[in-house]
Design a protein around this ligand. Structure first.
Ligand SMILES: [Cu+2]
Length: 128
């Protein structure tokens, strides 16, 4: 083998090593992901709005991830605002929306309808 051929061979070997290394890294990434603890499934909570209240108005859950199905069974537009959880959804009559919230700590999370808060359309989500 002359010098030129040898240099070419080294270059090819370098590419092969780089490819093998990236495959190994990729495999390690997949392995780490598979080992990670899966996030707990959120607990379901149904919240219904009408004129002019939420049902239930003081729901309580025992998990920190909650899937809220918010339904407007009234005849006017309503809204669900949970300021501390950055939730703000307008909802037309007869419509539903699902939001998943994650709270950092147990406690009380006040919510209200932006349009009818003054009419007492408020509630509190209690997280154990
Ligand atoms: Cu409302």
């Amino acid at each position: 083998m002359d010098r030129t051929k040898l240099r070419k061979r080294r270059a090819q070997l370098g590419v092969a090593v780089a490819v093998a290394a990236s495959i190994a890294l990729g495999a390690a990434g997949v392995h780490a992901k598979a080992k990670a603890k899966p996030a707990a499934a959120p607990v379901p909570l149904t919240l219904t709005a009408k004129e002019f209240s939420f049902d239930p108005s003081t729901p309580s859950v025992t998990a920190k991830r909650v899937r809220i199905t918010f339904t407007n069974s009234g005849t006017v537009d309503h809204n669900l605002t949970i300021k501390s959880l950055r939730v703000n959804h307008d909802l037309k009559p007869g419509k539903s929306v699902t939001v998943v919230v994650t709270v950092k700590a147990g406690g009380s999370y006040p919510f209200y309808c932006e349009y009818h808060q003054a009419k007492g359309m408020t509630g509190t989500l209690k997280v154990a």
